[in-house]
Structure formats: structure tokens, C-alpha cells
Design a protein around this ligand. Structure first.
Ligand SMILES: C[S@@+](CC[C@H](N)C(=O)[O-])C[C@H]1O[C@@H](n2cnc3c(N)ncnc32)[C@H](O)[C@@H]1O
Ligand code: SF4
Ligand code: SF4
Length: 378
């Protein structure tokens, strides 16, 4: 996740950055994605976790889930993203949400939106949800085909309308692949039309039901064109819309170069990125899977550093931060790339390419960099 507007950062560290640094110092995650279930009512053809209607046999029990919320409170976790699978399919979803909110942990939901009507939207708002992130892949027929269930596109559009009426902000997420690429700009236009705040564009992760689908990723040139579009939009003085990009952190130095070429001074934004690099692995962010596994990133389901029932949040945070201290190899190393620290390359792609849980090296270079060698040379 790399929030593009953070490049415009000009001042001293903002409140959220201070909080993130404070969280790291105090040994707790600055944000947490908690996959409360691996079950899902949809069957998206690209799903990196290959979610379906089955529950993992060792999914956290109700008591363990509530205990975990108490531990989050004690550790002072500031924000949790309830995700999945489809988090709203969890039989105790509303109780989990209410307890998270009462514990003083800001709840946010990553959902396919199929369980959100007017009543649910109001209930989410009442339980402290200020924004949700939902997925959209293209026009009605294409979207329904991709998620494997008819009628879902219409449900999402209706849900977004209800969420906005209830005052809940909406982020639209899409997985960027050769299939979805033709619809990206229409998705952005629709997001703006529907008063959503942001679009999150995530490079295709080739695991789960996308395992081995590297040829389905779009080209570097296409990513550069998307970035050029974002640069145009962000430099439009009337624009209020935000962009976030996942699993392809080299887009951030590319956009930084584009903004600089337009005469914008983004030195401070780039300096700040040296602390919170475009790849969030090891930066204080933590993901916990539905069986308690501690993951550096939600995109690698089988990359875990222990279980949250065997480690304290402080110990888990310490293990994750060691990844940030690691020296990165090859074209992403500090000796080879001027953006090494601000970008770091996608650590998940590096780990998966070099063998994943069969000895993968998370410090390896990210070969999906969109910069030309001359653009990143020291
Ligand atoms: C795993 S889902 C969980 C939340 C919810 N079920 C949903 O679909 O929004 C989180 C996000 O991951 C995205 N995603 C799933 N598989 C992906 C892949 N192979 N590459 C990139 N993004 C992917 C989905 O599009 C979705 O936006
Ligand atoms: S991407 Fe989300 S909605 Fe689609 S199958 Fe995976 S968990 Fe379910
Ligand atoms: S070489 Fe690696 S660290 Fe440098 S910009 Fe490309 S992906 Fe990022």
C-alpha cells in the first residue's frame, strides 16, 4: 500500500505518521489487518487466498477472537481492518465489530459489500466505521463473471449508495490485470461519480486462484501510463480524489519523478518515504490470518512469522521490524537504486519468486520494477 498523496508531504510528521512511529517505538503495530475468516460467498477468479465457502478447521474460536480484541486494546493498536475472506460472513461479525469499537481500536472493513443494505450501512456507522474498502472490477457483466456470482455488481452499487448516505467513506479497490485493465479508467470515473474518496489499484498477486498467472500482469508501460494519469489528476487543483497503489511500489518513485518534472518540490515526501517506504512490509503494519498466523503482508498467506497466541504483540512487532532492517539485494539494493530506501521493492513478490515457504528470500530484488535502469541509477 502506498498512498500517492503522501508524496506531497511538506511539513513535520503528521499526526498519523507520529502515531506510526510511536507505535513502532512502543512495540505495537501501527495498523492491523485481521482476516477474521477465510470463508467467502464469492469465488473471484483471481483471489490470492482462494477463498470459498469452507472454514479452516483451526479458525480462531469465538472466545479466542474476543480475547484477541482485549489484547489489541491492551497493546494500544490504533486501527484494525477487518478483512477475510468476506469478514461480514463471520457468524460473530457484528459482535466482533462492536467489541473492537468499544475497545477504542478504530475499525475499518474490507468487504465485497454483498451484505450491506441501508440498515447495515447505518449499523456500521454506529459502530465507529468511518470508511470501508470494497472491490469493483469492471462493468456489470464482466464484474459478475469475475466474482463468479450473478447480481453482485448491482449489490455493490446499491451498497455504496447506502454507505455514502450513512456518512461512511468508500474506497474502491481493484486488482489490476490484463482482464481488468480496459476498465480501470471507467472504475475511477464511477468512483468519483459515486462520491468515493479513493481508488486502490493493486498489481495482480500470482498466488491462490491466480497462482502462476504472471502472464496476466499488465506491462511496465501500462503501469507507467496509469501513473501518468494519476500525476495529471493529482496536479489538477480541483482534484480531491486520492490514489493508493499496492504490490508495485516502484510506481511511487515513478510518480515522484513525474511530479518533480512538473516543478513540484516533493523532497520532504521522498525523505519521509525513507522512514515509511512504499512497500509496507516491516514498517509497523501487521496482518493476522484467520488462524492467528502473523503475516508481514496480506498478499502472502503462507508467509508467517509465528502465531499471535504464542507471541505478544510486542514480540510480533519486533519480528516484523527485523524485515525492515534487512539489507535488500540486487537491483533494489542501496548501492544499485537511488530509491532503495523509499521504495524497497515488493518484498512479497521477492519472497514468492525465490521459493516462498520453501526457502524464499524476502530480501531478494523485485524484478517487476517499472523504472528504467537509468531512472533508478545512483
Ligand atoms: C482478499 S479480499 C478480502 C476482502 C473482500 N472479500 C473483498 O473482496 O473485497 C481483499 C482484496 O484483495 C484483492 N485481491 C484478491 N486476489 C488478488 C490478487 N490475486 N491480486 C491482487 N489483488 C487481489 C481483492 O480484489 C480485494 O480487493
Ligand atoms: S477477493 Fe474477496 S470476495 Fe473475492 S473470493 Fe477473495 S475474499 Fe472473496
Ligand atoms: S529497483 Fe527496486 S527499490 Fe529501486 S525503484 Fe525499482 S523496485 Fe524500487
Amino acid at each position: 500500500m502506498a498512498h500517492v498523496r503522501s508524496l506531497f508531504f511538506t511539513g513535520v510528521a503528521s499526526q498519523s505518521e507520529n502515531k506510526a512511529q510511536e507505535a513502532k517505538r512502543l512495540g505495537r503495530p501501527s495498523s492491523l489487518i485481521w482476516n477474521i475468516t477465510n470463508r467467502c460467498n464469492l469465488l473471484c477468479s483471481h483471489c490470492y487466498m482462494a477463498a470459498d465457502g469452507r472454514t479452516l478447521p483451526d479458525q480462531l474460536s469465538e472466545a479466542q477472537a474476543y480475547d484477541m480484541i482485549e489484547r489489541m486494546e491492551q497493546a494500544g493498536v490504533p486501527v484494525v481492518f477487518l478483512s477475510g475472506g468476506e469478514p461480514m460472513m463471520h457468524p460473530n461479525f457484528w459482535e466482533i465489530l462492536a467489541r473492537v469499537n468499544t475497545a477504542g481500536v478504530r475499525p475499518t472493513i474490507s468487504t465485497n459489500c454483498t451484505f450491506i443494505d441501508a440498515e447495515a450501512a447505518a449499523r456500521l456507522a454506529d459502530n465507529g466505521v468511518r470508511f470501508i474498502a470494497t472491490s469493483l472490477y469492471g462493468p456489470r457483466e464482466f464484474h459478475d463473471d469475475m466474482v463468479g456470482v450473478p447480481g453482485i455488481y448491482d449489490k455493490i452499487i446499491a451498497a455504496i449508495t447506502e454507505l455514502r448516505k450513512a456518512g461512511v467513506k468508500v474506497v474502491i479497490k481493484t486488482a489490476v490485470s490484463k482482464d481488468t485493465y480496459p476498465y480501470l479508467y471507467d472504475i475511477i470515473a464511477l468512483a468519483k461519480e459515486m462520491d468515493c474518496s479513493m481508488v486502490y489499484l493493486c498489481d495482480l498477486i500470482t498466488s491462490g486462484r491466480s497462482d502462476g498467472a504472471d502472464d496476466q500482469r499488465i506491462s511496465n508501460q501500462q503501469w507507467r501510463e496509469i501513473c501518468d494519469y494519476i500525476i495529471d489528476d493529482l496536479t489538477d487543483p480541483d482534484n480531491y480524489f486520492e490514489y493508493d497503489i499496492g504490490a508495485i511500489p516502484s510506481t511511487i518513485p515513478y510518480i515522484a519523478r513525474g511530479l518533480t518534472a512538473r516543478g513540484l518540490d516533493i523532497t520532504k515526501g521522498l525523505e519521509r518515504l525513507k522512514i515509511f517506504s512504499a512497500c509496507p512490509v516491516g514498517q509497523g503494519h501487521m496482518t493476522i490470518n484467520s488462524t492467528g498466523g502473523i503475516m508481514p503482508c496480506q498478499f502472502a498467506q503462507d508467509w508467517t512469522l509465528g502465531n499471535i497466541y504464542e507471541l505478544s504483540f510486542a514480540e510480533a512487532t519486533q519480528r516484523l521490524s527485523q524485515l525492515d532492517d534487512a539489507v535488500i539485494d540486487g537491483q533494489c539494493s542501496v548501492d544499485a537504486c537511488a530509491y532503495s530506501r523509499a521504495c524497497r521493492g515488493c518484498r512479497v513478490k521477492a519472497w514468492q519468486r525465490t521459493g516462498g515457504n520453501c526457502g524464499g528470500n524476502s530480501n531478494a530484488e523485485d524484478i517487476t520494477c517499472i523504472l528504467e535502469p537509468c531512472e533508478r541509477s545512483i
